[in-house]
Design a protein around this ligand. Structure first.
Ligand code: CTP
Ligand code: MG
Length: 231
């Protein structure tokens, strides 16, 4: 049975899932690697679809896998699948292009953050609904952070209290995200960064430890354990 999305929801979620996963080591594209027997993307889309505000999910898949990804996700939730691009922001732009204009709020969510819980999507969407142009989930930084020269010499210690580690889903008023992407001349690692360059405000809401990004092999081990802790 395909889980139905909420037809009265006001949120579209764009899921970039077209990356190779180079840092995870050799193998299938990262979104299709297995966590507890299921692809990361299946975990991600299942949790995305469980958020009541979500009306539409658009996945940007590796171009060679568009059909296979659609078949994989159809039993999980209704999704639109498009071919991703060479860079993450190309994948986001390709997915954003098929989001209809009557959806007011767009969330961008990395497939690699496959355990981000439904309530995190709701928290981000609620902050946009309440009036913010752009909203990012963020956590305090726990390590001491130093600025270091290329030769290894320490240049200084950064004030950790003003730093945040930023996650996805990141939420946007749809026209603001479209304008940020249209204006983006350089590569950006997150979509909020493109909004910042427009000079528009971006606000933080509390992130979630479950929204960690599976990047290296250790992260897969952590995510496997986190699965046992989900409530
Ligand atoms: N992504 C994408 N299109 C790209 C590159 C990345 O859709 N051309 C997606 C990834 O699939 C992932 C998210 O963007 O869900 C975050 O990127 P990252 O964690 O860097 O994933 P990869 O690029 O796959 O990993 P790596 O950088 O190690 O190759
Ligand atoms: Mg990458």
């Amino acid at each position: 049975m395909t889980a139905q999305l909420n037809a009265r929801g006001d949120v579209a979620v764009v899921v970039p899932a077209a990356g190779a996963g180079v840092r995870l080591g050799p193998g299938a594209p990262k979104a299709l690697r297995l966590l507890d027997g299921e692809p990361l993307l299946v975990h991600a889309v299942r949790r995305t679809a469980a958020a009541p505000s979500v009306r539409m999910i658009v996945v940007a898949a590796p171009p060679a896998d568009v059909e296979a990804v659609h078949a994989l996700l159809s039993p999980v939730a209704p999704v639109v699948v498009v071919a991703g691009g060479a860079e993450r922001q190309d994948s986001v732009a390709a997915a954003l292009a098929v989001v209809p204009d009557d959806i007011d709020i767009v969330l961008v969510h990395d497939a690699a953050r496959c355990l981000a819980p439904a309530d995190l999507f709701e928290r981000v969407a609620a902050a946009v609904r309440a009036g913010a142009d752009a909203v990012i989930p963020a956590l305090p930084v726990v390590d001491t952070i130093k600025e270091v020269a290329t030769d290894g010499r320490v240049l200084g210690t950064v004030d950790r209290s003003v730093l945040r580690a930023v996650q996805t889903p990141q939420g946007f008023r749809a026209p603001v995200l479209r304008a940020a992407h249209a204006a983006a001349a350089d590569l950006h690692t997150d979509d909020a960064g493109a909004v910042e360059k427009l000079g528009r405000p971006v606000i933080c809401v509390p992130g979630s430890d479950f929204a960690l990004k599976v990047t290296r092999p250790l992260d897969l081990a952590l995510a496997t354990h986190l699965l046992t802790l989900e409530t």
